[in-house]
Design a protein around this ligand. Structure first.
Ligand SMILES: Nc1ncnc2c1ncn2[C@@H]1O[C@H](COP(=O)(O)OP(=O)(O)OP(=O)(O)O)[C@@H](O)[C@H]1O
Ligand SMILES: [Mg+2]
Length: 308
């Protein structure tokens, strides 16, 4: 079966300083991204992730090697027809509203006229921007820009979605919503290539990851294989007194187990944050209709008003 993305011996150099110096951003990278996967491209800052994406999308010429999207070479415009892209630092025309911008992209991508407005509204709701859809993009916060960028990338229902740090600047509730959206896209048969430094999120949503370092592939594999500690089990026990903990340790050691540590259970900050923000949203009262705030609650049907 044709992979969604095929990268063959890709090298990308940038000219650097005076003379003939060059910076090797991607170094002989070969990678196949199968269809209908969520694939994480990871690596430290400057390791070549965004450069690789730009070559895949035909935005940069490779120095050597080649890339294909669904079997079509990246240098061919046709290869980008079924692709949605959220760049790492999206720039959008600031005087358009979010709605107008997504509608513009929908027209450029030739979304069916009869369904265009419904589709624009649908993707704006998916990214939690219903309330701010009629505000100008120049007034959006960093996380809101990422969200509208994501809506733009999805509006033409592409088969391959490439997201370069989609949750940079997005709050934890939004991040969790974007994760859920990515999993929904996979259910619909799409392929998602995602770059992110949020490894917990990557671990939750990706089937497969590749790690780059200084442009070179240093690790690749199924997430489950990479993180599983074969043969190890851990138990979480509540309500154990010190005395009972000592007794349990003794019994476990008699059975050949080694107790590595006994800790006070803590709830994760992510969970505490999500619980409290969701609760505050669901119990919001005393809302002044003249004062607009940006909330990401998907239950609230009200839409924002035009900025003056
Ligand atoms: N247009 C360019 N001109 C010169 N050098 C560039 C250019 N784009 C990227 N580079 C260099 O290529 C290397 C890889 O950059 P790239 O943006 O691909 O990294 P990245 O893995 O996406 O990093 P980050 O996690 O910070 O987004 C860096 O050293 C960067 O400075
Ligand atoms: Mg980058």
């Amino acid at each position: 079966m044709t992979p969604a993305i095929n990268i063959k011996n890709l090298t990308k150099d940038f000219p650097f300083g005076l003379g003939n110096l060059k910076l090797r951003a991607v170094d002989n990278l070969s990678l196949q991204i199968p269809d209908n996967q969520v694939f994480g491209l990871l690596g430290p800052n400057g390791s070549g992730k965004s450069t690789t994406i730009k070559v895949i999308l035909g935005l940069l010429e490779p120095t050597a090697g080649e890339c294909e999207i669904f079997g079509i070479p990246s240098r061919d415009v046709q290869s980008r027809q079924d692709v949605g892209f959220l760049p790492e630092a999206p720039y959008f025309y600031r005087y358009l509203t979010g709605f107008e911008m997504v509608k513009f992209f929908a027209k450029v991508c030739e979304v069916e006229k009869s369904t265009l407005i419904d589709r624009v509204n649908e993707v704006i709701a998916w990214v939690g921007l219903k309330e701010a859809a009629n505000r100008r993009i120049g007034t959006y916060s960093k996380g809101m820009l990422q969200r509208i960028g994501l809506a733009q990338a999805l509006v033409h229902n592409p088969r391959l979605i490439i997201l370069d740090e989609p949750t940079a600047g997005v709050d934890p509730v939004g991040s969790a919503e974007i994760s859920a959206l990515i999993l929904k896209l996979k259910e619909q048969g799409k392929t998602v290539l995602i770059c992110s430094h949020l490894l917990a999120q990557i671990e939750d949503i990706c089937d497969h990851v590749a790690i780059l370092n200084r442009g070179k592939l240093i690790l690749e594999g199924e997430v489950n294989d990479l993180v599983s500690r074969k043969g190890q089990r851990s138990m979480v026990i509540e309500g154990l007194s010190d005395e009972a903990a000592a007794e349990a340790t003794r019994l476990l050691e008699q059975r050949g187990a080694r107790v590595v540590g006994v800790e006070q259970p803590q709830s994760s900050l992510d969970r505490v944050f999500l619980e409290h923000v969701k609760k505050a949203e669901s119990t919001r009262r005393d809302v002044d209709p003249k004062v607009e705030t940006f909330g990401t609650s998907h239950q609230d049907e009200t839409s924002g008003k035009e900025e003056k």
